[in-house]
Write a protein that binds this ligand. Structure first.
Ligand SMILES: Cc1cc2nc3c(=O)[nH]c(=O)nc-3n(C[C@H](O)[C@H](O)[C@H](O)COP(=O)(O)OP(=O)(O)OC[C@H]3O[C@@H](n4cnc5c(N)ncnc54)[C@H](O)[C@@H]3O)c2cc1C
Length: 460
């Protein structure tokens, strides 16, 4: 933006007014500021406003409105479709707003809109408190919670949205609202799954729960034992308490200490049983899994915040994923799931995952726009690779997993783990009935669809 034009003058004023930093093309730091988790995303915003306070966010939104710039919001930058970036618009970068204040007596945390799961988990751990978080410590709390939020603790404590008690929100008009069940109740409802469609959450208040202990049993098996380990995991979960969670999977064996060196780089099957309770109880539950022939195991108590880092993926990889909810996972589904592992791109960091629903998820408030409470299982093809030459086969494999799941699909998808798969899939992720209500809410709070870099709800 040239100086002396309206845009140039406004940009100079933004640089002056913001307590955080401003990056425009050509500025030192601009390329780092526009880098997101998915290395396939390469977009060039006109301005990136790295905000430090709610007042900065208001200033940035008003700047964008004055210049008629579309606004993307960056929390943890982990959206697979790169929804925290745009071309030629403004990015409100919340990364510096990552403070977490734990109120142990109230069992609540006030979480900055740009905090990551690691900021949240590490702040809660000393108090023996936790809430449902994503399965990677680097994911942004904002995008994760507003989009539903599924993790190791959801069968015990509900979806992340079930623990969202309030938000401070900057609207498309640049107004700062305190949104709770009492103040702005309809907007409060919409934030429980509607993502960043209605504004920028500068902070979120989350309910915390006591979590004195956590334990896991991880087993890795040769692929020929895949059907047995997946079925056993399913049976353990379906007969087990809500403290039990985790996932069954196929993956390329990582170079970890517990993996026999000759198997590193080969495809393995396996299961991770997580348990929100003492190790002894988990060991009893895990006995059938540990009886499946396996090549590696890790059975241990583990602090929740450490478990959260255990499956972190490095940035700089290419990503394409999807997620379908299932009515059930009978043997016929398990056979299809395991057969599809045969074409999984290996060796890459791709994972083929099946995770359980049920417990507190099924019992949460039934009117939030998360139409997958009743599902029993979810299948998640998580395509992660390095070489652009693998783009086509990895994308195709994700599509194939979706197609395989169709006979058992509830019809709902999980938008947080879905790329840009079109408007119908957004309806499938939010529910057709909810979509009408969300559209009316969008018309009220963002009639110009300024916040469109998300799983977009069009103003009704
Ligand atoms: C390695 C990895 C592991 C994951 N594991 C899980 C998992 O276990 N469970 C799960 O449910 N999801 C998981 N996810 C998906 C994750 O929840 C979504 O990608 C989520 O959108 C990421 O949020 P973010 O803030 O990091 O992303 P961003 O890309 O910054 O934002 C994603 C979307 O949310 C909006 N947004 C972000 N912050 C705010 C805010 N403060 N106010 C308003 N809008 C905001 C953005 O505008 C954008 O539309 C994982 C993703 C990755 C990369």
């Amino acid at each position: 933006m040239a100086p002396f034009t309206k845009a140039g003058t406004a940009l100079a004023a933004l640089r002056e007014d913001l307590s955080g930093e401003v990056f425009a093309p050509g500025d030192a730091g601009y390329d780092e500021a526009r880098t997101v988790f998915n290395a396939m995303i390469d977009r060039r915003p006109a301005v990136i406003a790295r905000c430090e306070s709610p007042a900065d966010v208001v200033t940035a939104v008003r700047f964008a409105r004055e210049l008629d710039l579309k606004i993307a919001v960056r929390g943890g930058g982990h959206s697979v479709a790169g929804m925290s970036l745009n071309d030629g618009g403004l990015v409100v970068d919340l990364r510096r707003m990552n403070g977490v204040t734990v109120r142990p007596a109230a069992k609540a945390a006030l979480v900055g809109g740009g905090a990551t799961m690691s900021h949240l988990d590490r702040a809660c751990q000393p108090y023996g408190l936790a809430t449902t978080g994503g399965r990677a410590s680097t994911t942004g709390v904002g995008g994760f919670v507003l989009g539903g939020g599924s993790g190791w603790l959801d069968r015990k404590f509900g979806l992340a949205v079930d623990n969202l008690l309030g938000a401070e929100l900057v609207t498309a008009e640049g107004e700062l609202l305190q949104v709770t069940a009492r103040d702005h109740p309809e907007l409060f409802w919409g934030l429980h799954g509607g993502g960043g469609n209605f504004g920028i959450a500068t902070s979120l208040t989350l309910r915390l729960h006591e979590l004195p202990s956590m334990a896991i049993a991880l087993v890795l098996c040769l692929p020929e034992h895949g059907p047995e380990v997946v079925r056993t995991f399913r049976d353990v979960i379906e007969a087990g308490p809500r403290e039990a969670g985790g996932a069954a999977f196929y993956l390329t064996a990582p170079p970890e200490q517990f993996v026999p060196p000759h198997l590193v780089g080969r495809m393995l099957s396996g299961a991770l049983l997580t348990y929100a309770g003492p190790e002894e109880e988990m060991r009893a539950l895990a006995a059938p899994l540990l009886a499946v022939p396996h090549v590696a195991e890790v059975v241990t108590a583990i602090p929740y915040a450490d478990l959260q880092c255990m499956t972190d993926d490095p940035p700089g990889m290419r990503n394409h994923w999807s997620a379908e909810y299932l009515t059930q996972a009978p043997d016929a589904f398990v056979d299809v799931f395991c057969a599809r592992a045969g074409s999984m791109p290996v060796p890459t960091r791709t994972q083929h995952l099946l995770w359980p629903q049920g417990g507190a998820i099924a019992e949460g408030p039934d009117d939030y726009p998360v139409p997958y409470r009743g599902a029993s299982w979810a299948v998640h093809p998580f395509g992660v690779w390095e070489d652009p030459a693998d783009d086509e086969r990895c994308r195709q494999w994700v599509k194939d997993v979706r197609a395989d799941a169709a006979p058992w699909s509830t019809g709902a998808v999980y938008l947080n783990l879905t790329g840009d798969e079109g408007a119908d899939r957004v309806v499938a992720g939010l529910g057709a009935e909810n979509m009408r209500r969300l559209g009316a809410l969008k018309r009220r709070y963002d009639p110009d669809n300024v916040f469109r870099y998300n799983h977009n709800i069009r103003p009704a």
